[in-house]
Write a protein that binds this ligand. Sequence first.
Ligand code: SF4
Ligand code: SF4
Length: 340
Amino acid sequence: MEKTRLGQTDLMVSKLGFGSIPIQRIPEDEAVAVIRRCLELGITYLDTANAYTTSEGRIGKAIAGERDGLILSTKSQARTREGIASHLKQSLDQLGAKYIDLYLFHNVSDLKNLETVLDPHGPMAVLKEAKRTGQIKHIGITSHQIDTAKEAVKSDQFETIMFPFNVVACEAADELLPLARKHDVGFIAMKPLAGGMLDDATTAFKFLLQFPDVVPIPGIERIPEIEEIVGVLEGPREMSAAEQENMRRLRQETGNQFCRRCDYCQPCTVEIPISTVMAFPSIARRMPRESLVSGFLADAMEKAANCTECGDCEERCPYHLPIREMIASYVELYQALKNT
Ligand code: SF4
Ligand code: SF4
């Protein structure tokens, strides 16, 4: 598979990366088989996170003895020195790796959070030291909020930025991507299939292939999914008239249903974590039922049932999502799952 230079890291990664959220919900032997098939198809860049439960360990099992030549990327949502040090150690153990190529501050949600990760005496100090000792090779960041992502790139403290980018949510192409290019920050596209909302892989990936320096990391659960995407990469890249028409249709139909998880809609008057609730259908497709009806997601959905429909959040959403309507239907979906 062709390789792409990941900005100033100078890492040459496969044009497609492997997103590992969905392998949490399948049996371990299947997860290992999916990862191995991805490697056979030429994927050399594997992305995971401390937050993705079994994912790091499963990747570790699948790549045991084959670490050389692979680019491993993982992330932490910890914002303290102790927290990130402990996550890093855990990741190295789980992955069975002596070093991690790319370590990311996960989900830096706003400017205040960015300030915390940029503090030279905070968790950044731990990563800089880990870089000095060779435990990690490069430091990056992930965010869903465009203003935060732009400031992160401008800070010149991160070598890569991971941001939602797909055929229906392509705002990053306007300013963020050009800025990343200017600062030579590698651009990794999360949610290339809009969190599972896009079932037309051809249109989705032909769109992304127009950006030669962008590295998409689709979440893969089943072998045929990755085979289909690799097929798109190997075929003609120009969009046919029908595909262009399909792109317009997808934008019309799903553009105002796709939550970017930016949290501009907050604060909710009754403290509903709106972006978590918005992710419910997508997570429901990828996670085991038990993770949906207990824990943080279930808490969010229980709170969502208290929505007063005041509409304040909708006025703040830059993407004009019909938040009230979406919350009501996701609460219904959650209740149905809970009762099965
Ligand atoms: S409409 Fe519902 S989710 Fe939005 S701010 Fe009001 S209570 Fe919160
Ligand atoms: S509902 Fe709108 S403002 Fe809120 S997180 Fe989603 S896209 Fe952002």
